[in-house]
Design a protein around this ligand. Structure first.
Ligand SMILES: [Zn+2]
Length: 811
């Protein structure tokens, strides 16, 4: 449980502390086991961490969670990361969860593109062939006895990604065993016949499940709440701690102890009686030899807890015999077991090894010093006899820190998540086939150390890290990375400007080397002016950051596109982003430096707009970009502001959900509208328990939404000012929207309302409640579930033009 970094760094050996004898013994039991389980679902947080902990720690099965996506499409409760950065954060949260339940983690190339209503839409967007191939790859590589899905393969799954995950599990179950399917994979891993596919159902799906499952051969029922004295915890306790790692999704959980029943319903393959491994007849005798099996059993029965290093000579012998497993099918299992046994041996020796650098970043081609630091806390003499196959001689005597410096040349490529190296849409473009399904990059810098114990040699791989003292925290560590000479970050991702209007953009250059001298060129899209177009970087020191300002302006014939930053020889430069939280290792992302430029052609009737903040959105920035004079207010400010000074008042998204005290100001808002004001309410979520009626003119909010961002639009009131003034809205304005049309549409509304437009997802009824407007006294009230909060920051021009009409609306 303590070797957190071990799991985070892909089985490489580095840890803050060594395991206790009980934990080592537990790990050794797991190395001995040849049972294997694959849990399969769609997102980070779908996995049942309690079941994973039970399979992995009680069952001692090698357990893996395959999450089809990295969760790029969701919200973030703890920070600013969204889309692919959120996917990187959630990948690490999954790995943090796995460090507790001690399962492995896999992914496919599927991008989480947001909510999807059906499996068909989902598979269409991802490309079914690619994702099926990835799922089969995981099965052939990992070789599970059984596959467990979190969702049923039908509509009950709800989210299209969920249903698709179970459908893919069933199809991949057969394909993995088919020698004619993806023959390249067959050559690499062999085919694999999994015994069965089961669905980890629960009474959430079916209230009568417990009675139904009793004595029914379709079901396997297991109490997963047992206590493990070696670990000092029960499996559901470990599972809830694992679940709490999903912090950006707000899944911190109260620790659960005691009995807990889980239900598994048969979906495909063999119907098992009561044990997921009853047909598993793999053994160490057949894989290696009867002698090996006997010795391994001895290592367990005679395990010395008081002087664990006394187990080492036998363990090293076993470890070295593992290499004799050869042939395609079991190569993966061999490598996995060798890594695990290495860790057991190092823990038995109380051996702690760090390979440290002074800085956390080095540029390509640079020479840098690394310092190997090792301590042996055992009664056995240990020596390091080679580093990267080059002989050295370092004696590690009991409890003496030994160090050794080496010079390394950086030949590594840029440190960035492999799945973000290339541009992508709904499928990540992976640079090397061998990386597909890997949870994360291997550490950028690694050293292979050959150790000698009692005349027997074996090798371990140690990542290179930087560690330092943080006075308010203690020791901190991070992976040492390979960086470009410098990075360029803009202070905003997108420049959205009305044609003919200029603005100042700031950009930050971070140097990763000393004496950086370079001239960079800013290449703008057609019709945009950038002044200055070249910047001289002069004599920057390592980690020095310099800010520059440039003026950008779209002319009348400006095209949308990216402003790129090139080096003096025309090469791309990179933006640098770090993701830093206490529950994950620091993540770095290098992506081509660019500023998206959007030239707007949206007319407005200028005036003052008051924006009352809701749950938080970037809509006020967009209102300013359109050319309005916008003032931001908190709900409590409504007590004092004079609303009649504003031509339009806009409420932020989910305002009633986060500020129910807004009810206190409803009469003030009513007076504002009656007196001639224009009040726009953006979406509020509908609660299942009621209380969904809002507004000076009554209407109710529903959970209806349109998730197809290209759903066709029908104008119900084509002559209405909202579709004509000052911008004539046409179907072209509904092109290139992102993720969805809108959500939480109005359901019932007062007869004074006019619905303006209608749309619907494939196979569904028309939705008319996305934009409704009513006359009230001298003024107007608008409710809209259109996803302006998403479309505007993404620079969707049509959304700007429509929103300009809403803001300009004059009763
Ligand atoms: Zn999910």
């Amino acid at each position: 449980m303590r070797t957190i970094l071990t799991f985070l760094l892909l089985g490489c050996l580095s840890a803050f502390s060594n395991e206790t004898s009980a934990e080592i013994y537990h790990s050794l039991q797991k190395v001995h086991s040849l049972k294997r389980v694959l849990y399969l679902a769609a997102h980070p947080d779908d996995e049942n961490t309690r079941a994973l902990a039970w399979f992995s720690l009680e069952g001692k099965a090698e357990t893996a969670y395959l999450s089809l996506t990295r969760g790029d499409g969701g919200q973030n409760l703890i920070g600013d990361e969204l889309s692919e950065s959120l996917g990187v954060l959630r990948t690490q949260e999954l790995l943090a969860a796995r460090s507790h339940d001690q399962a492995l983690q896999f992914f496919t190339r599927a991008v989480d593109f947001g909510y999807s209503k059906s499996a068909e839409e989902t598979l269409d967007k991802w490309g079914k062939d690619e994702i099926l191939s990835d799922v089969v790859r995981v099965i052939r590589k990992f070789k599970p006895d059984v596959i467990i899905t979190r969702f049923p393969p039908d509509k009950r799954g709800g989210h299209g990604h969920h249903t698709a995950s179970a459908m893919l599990a069933i199809e991949a179950y057969s394909k993995a065993a088919d020698p004619t399917y993806e023959t390249d994979q067959v050559a690499e891993f062999g085919v694999w016949q999994t015994d069965a596919v089961y669905w980890n159902t629960s009474i959430w799906w079916d209230k009568e499940l417990d009675e139904k499952a009793e004595g029914n051969s379709e079901y396997i029922k297991k109490d997963i709440g047992g206590y493990d004295p070696l670990l000092g915890m029960s499996y559901n306790e470990i599972g809830t701690i694992a679940r709490s790692q999903h912090k950006c999704q707000g899944f911190g959980a109260v620790i659960e102890r005691g009995s807990r029943v889980e239900y598994f319903e048969h979906l495909e393959g063999t119907k098992l009686k009561n044990d997921f491994f009853e047909n598993n007849n793999r053994s160490w005798s057949t894989l290696i030899s009867a002698d090996f099996e006997r010795e391994f059993n001895l290592a367990l029965t005679n395990f010395n807890f008081v002087e664990p290093w006394k187990n080492v000579p036998l363990l090293v012998r076993l470890r070295n015999q593992l290499s004799s497993i050869y042939g395609t099918p079991y190569a993966g299992i061999r490598d996995e077991k060798i890594t695990q046994l290495n860790e057991v041996i190092l823990n038995c020796l109380g051996l702690h090894i760090n390979i440290l650098t002074d800085d956390y970043a080095y540029v390509k081609g640079e020479d840098f010093e690394v310092n190997l630091e090792a301590i042996n806390r055992s009664g056995l003499p240990v020596s390091i006899v080679a580093v990267n196959d080059r002989e050295i001689s370092l004696q590690l005597l009991n409890n003496e820190v030994v160090s050794h410096s080496m010079t390394v040349n950086n030949t590594a490529k840029l440190s960035t998540p492999y799945w973000l190296e290339k541009e992508f849409g709904t499928l990540f473009q992976v640079p090397k086939e061998s990386l597909i399904v890997d949870a994360e990059n291997k550490p950028t810098f690694n050293h292979k150390l050959t150790l000698s114990v009692e005349g027997k040699q074996f090798s371990v791989t140690i990542p290179v890290i930087k560690k330092w003292r943080d006075p308010s925290y203690g020791e901190r560590q991070r992976e040492t990375i390979s960086a470009p000479d410098f990075s360029v970050n803009f202070d905003q991702p997108t420049a959205i400007l009305q044609k003919g209007t200029g603005t100042t953009i700031r950009l930050k250059v971070h140097s990763f080397k000393d004496e950086l001298n370079e001239e960079i060129a800013l290449k703008a899209p057609t019709g945009w002016s950038v002044v200055p177009a070249n910047l001289k970087l002069e004599n920057l020191k390592k980690h020095q950051e310099v800010w520059y300002e440039v003026q950008v302006k779209p002319t009348q014939n400006a095209a949308n596109g990216n402003l790129e930053v090139l080096t003096s020889i025309g090469k791309s430069t990179y933006a640098y982003n770090e993701i830093t939280y206490d529950h994950i290792p620091t993540q770095v992302i290098f992506q081509p430096a660019k500023l998206r430029c959007v030239a707007l052609d949206a007319k407005i009737i200028p005036g003052k707009v008051a924006y009352i903040k809701g749950a938080g959105d970037a809509v006020p920035t967009a209102i300013e970009q359109l050319g309005f004079d916008v003032s931001l207010f908190e709900v409590e400010d409504l007590a004092t502001i004079e609303l009649s000074n504003y031509q339009t008042v806009v409420m932020g998204i989910r305002i009633y959900n986060v500020h129910p005290e807004l009810r206190n100001f409803e009469s003030k808002l009513d007076t504002y509208v009656k007196g001639g004001g224009n009040l726009i309410m953006q979406y509020n979520t509908a609660s299942r328990s009621g209380g969904n009626e809002y507004g000076p003119v009554p209407f109710s909010v529903t959970r209806k939404r349109v998730t197809e961002e290209d759903a066709a639009v029908t104008f119900l009131a084509p002559k209405h000012d909202l579709l004509n003034k000052p911008n004539k809205i046409t179907p072209v304005d509904f092109e290139n929207w992102v993720q969805e049309r809108g959500l939480y549409f109005a359901g019932h509304w007062d007869a004074r309302f006019d619905p303006i437009l209608s749309w619907h997802a494939k196979g569904e009824d028309p939705q008319k409640g996305a934009l409704i407007v009513a006359k009230h006294g001298q003024g107007r009230f608008i409710y809209t579930g259109i996803s302006f909060f998403r479309e505007l920051p993404n620079g969707v021009e049509g959304a700007y033009r429509l929103f300009a009409n809403l803001l300009s609306y004059k009763p």
